[in-house]
Design a protein around this ligand. Structure first.
Ligand code: GDP
Ligand code: MN
Length: 380
């Protein structure tokens, strides 16, 4: 689970990590009050969306007076950044930046440890730095039994700073962020940039926290911060129906029972030259209701141009699935082509039920995938 910058900064502050003064606003009018309250000559208006690269997308603007703040907030609110609608902006006091650093803790699966990453190339897209200048990022494995005692925190801090005052502040920031990481079951804690100001202080002017979903039950305070995106809401709804559902970028909506079969179906769609719109495993059992729910889910996705249904009847009976499909099309009246492949228990009965209706029936998996792709290619 991701949280917004303003939420991350609240946690940073609670853990003793210095952040700049800031106020959250939901309307351009609130920005005026906030600007006065901040009382600074210059401020920064920042889009609060759950993605990085806001600066590049025009979602971070330096402003010099109330009027400018109002104008920029107006422009940024309702802006879309990487497909996400901006609903809130942060008005931050502008910080006089001398240099920018990157700091993060994350889980490294190879070493099965928390890993600290530090770079003096902060403020930039860290993936870009990792690709072009990997030597500019330092990585330190944290032994879970040792954690980050003073001597290590200072040793790591010395890799970025020479002045002892900076080293001291940095060591405290590293320890605080690590404590936050461990105590709140964080999977990524990132400050980019952590800045050294012209006054010689260190301030976290951006923050990103991603939490381990499987540990959220231990942290009701963190769960309460959740603001699911449209996509996450859909995925949560799918979970409540008993499905495994992951949205993707393609155009062929898939409804399959069994994760392995779902993967194979997606592979074949790719093989024949199209892309799946989703992974959807509707699981076992023959409840026709499931098929209706799944169909509703697929049709609600505007990217889906063709539906491909691939069911292997074991405990699931193909005639039950066919009943569900018939109910679903009667109810939802889909206007897009639907390809169905039913095999296994009661497949004859299932196919007989579907005959003469609006379905394209396929016998084999290959035929079904090929048919779905060719129907997609024929679309205007
Ligand atoms: P991101 O683009 O989503 O990572 O948003 P950030 O909050 O990291 O802001 C992007 C960049 O804007 C930072 O790396 C800084 O260079 C700049 N920036 C943000 N806040 C300030 C500020 O208070 N003063 C100055 N001078 N620059 C800022
Ligand atoms: Mn940033």
């Amino acid at each position: 689970m991701k949280i917004h910058e303003y939420q991350a900064k609240k946690l940073f502050a609670a853990y003793g990590i210095p952040v700049e003064k800031h106020l959250l606003c939901e309307t351009p009018a609130e920005i005026r009050t906030a600007f006065k309250k901040l009382g600074n000559k210059t401020a920064v208006v920042k889009a609060q969306v759950l993605t990085g690269g806001r600066g590049k997308a025009g979602g971070v603007k330096l402003v010099h007076n109330e009027e400018e703040a109002f104008k920029q907030a107006n422009a940024i609110l309702n802006m879309e950044i990487k497909g996400l609608q901006v609903k809130k902006v942060l008005l931050s006091e502008a910080v006089d930046i001398k240099s920018e650093y990157y700091v993060s803790f994350t889980i490294d699966r190879n070493t099965r440890s928390v890993i600290l990453m530090l770079s003096a190339s902060g403020g930039m897209d860290i993936e870009e730095v990792a690709r072009l200048n990997p030597e500019k990022i330092q990585r330190f494995i944290i032994d879970p039994f040792i954690g980050l005692p003073d001597f290590l925190a200072r040793q790591y801090a010395f890799t970025l700073f020479k002045e002892i005052e900076n080293v001291n502040s940095m060591a405290v920031i590293l320890q605080s962020l690590y404590r936050l990481f461990v105590e709140k079951d964080v999977s990524l804690a990132e400050i980019n940039p952590l800045v050294l100001t012209n006054n010689g202080t260190l301030v976290a002017i951006d923050g990103k926290l991603v939490f381990d979903d499987n540990a959220l039950y231990r942290h009701p305070d963190i769960s309460a911060l959740n603001e699911p995106t449209e996509e996450e809401r859909t995925e949560a709804y799918a979970r409540s129906c008993g499905f495994s559902y992951v949205r993707m970028d393609g155009s062929i909506g898939c409804m399959v029972n069994g994760a392995g079969l779902a993967m194979a179906t997606m592979d074949l769609i790719k093989l024949y030259g199209a892309s799946p719109a989703n992974f959807l495993d509707i699981g076992g059992s023959s409840n026709p209701r499931k098929v209706t729910d799944a169909m509703q889910l697929l049709l609600a996705d505007p990217k889906v141009c063709v539906v491909l249904i691939n069911i292997f009847g074991g405990i699931t009976r193909c005639d039950d699935v066919a009943q569900g499909l018939i109910q679903a099309v009667e109810m939802l009246k889909p206007s897009i082509p639907i390809v169905v492949r039913l095999t296994g228990t009661n497949e004859q009965e299932g196919r007989a039920l579907l005959a003469g209706k609006q379905f394209f029936i396929a016998q084999s998996l290959e035929e079904a995938a090929q048919k779905a792709v060719s129907l997609f290619n024929e679309l205007p």
